[in-house]
Write a protein that binds this ligand. Structure first.
Ligand code: GRF
Length: 238
């Protein structure tokens, strides 16, 4: 995704083009970002229809959140497949009948392979709890504390085969305080995650995003917040 592209987000398979856009959300655990998306849809802040939630862990609390919201749920456990390709094909076979315009990874804790990512190229989003490119991978809050950074945060990005390396749509930063523990810092970051993920999804649905030279543009403009933050304040664009 390095070339200039027209607005992304339009899928020929979207069965509700012109009305609310279909989402399929993939989770592994708690599902608080899923809840933020559900809440945004309910509040009319996100013109989307969550068509299904798919978990890879039977006990994932996020599945109960989805059921409470009346969203169909499925579990596809990676443990039931001998190869990653088979697992990912099973995911695709479950996702595609819902014809989502966008597939949303919300705390989905499996690294996805190239063929899965290519299948949803340009319509697969992830949220990562750091100010990418800083701290890709796991244990981001502890690593941020250890490194002594003054600001930490979260990033929503397009997924590419480069793990946690796809083009960033929006970031939000929070200050790191001297008495922070990883848990306290994680909670501060999480509040921002819940704000920026529905916003990024909305931008996508509204066809306001494009990519030029590997950078995401909003309404054709590069936003200052997409670089590493200098103020610690979160993005305010709506
Ligand atoms: C979030 O911190 C998200 O950034 C990361 O996994 C966590 C998921 O939390 N990818 P939740 O399941 O959405 O509560």
């Amino acid at each position: 995704m390095t070339a200039s592209t027209p607005p992304i987000g339009e899928s020929p398979t979207d069965r509700s083009a012109g009305s609310s856009a279909g989402l399929v959300v993939l989770i592994s655990g708690r599902g608080s970002n899923l809840q933020a998306i559900i809440n945004a849809v309910r509040a009319g802040r996100l013109p989307a229809e969550i068509r299904a939630v798919i978990g890879n862990e039977h006990g994932a609390p996020g599945l109960a959140r989805a059921r409470t919201a009346g969203v169909p749920t499925h579990v596809i456990s990676h443990r039931d497949f001998s190869t990653r390709d088979q697992f990912e094909q099973a995911l695709i076979d479950r996702i595609d009948p819902y014809s989502p315009r966008l597939v949303v990874l919300a705390g989905f804790m499996r690294i996805l392979g190239k063929s899965f990512i290519d299948h949803y190229a340009g319509r697969l989003l992830n949220i990562h709890p750091s100010l990418l490119p800083a701290f890709p991978g796991l244990h981001t809050h502890a690593r941020a504390l250890q490194s002594g950074v003054k600001y930490h945060g979260a990033s929503v990005h397009f997924v590419t085969p480069d793990v946690d390396g796809g083009p960033v749509i929006i970031q939000a930063s929070v200050p790191v305080r001297p008495d922070d523990t990883p848990e306290i810092l994680a909670e501060r970051v999480l509040q921002e995650e819940h704000r920026i993920y529905p916003l990024a999804i909305r931008w996508f649905i509204e066809n306001r995003l494009s990519i030029r030279d590997g950078k995401v543009l909003l309404d054709g403009q590069l936003r200052p917040e997409q670089g590493l933050p200098s103020t610690g304040s979160a993005a305010t664009i709506s």
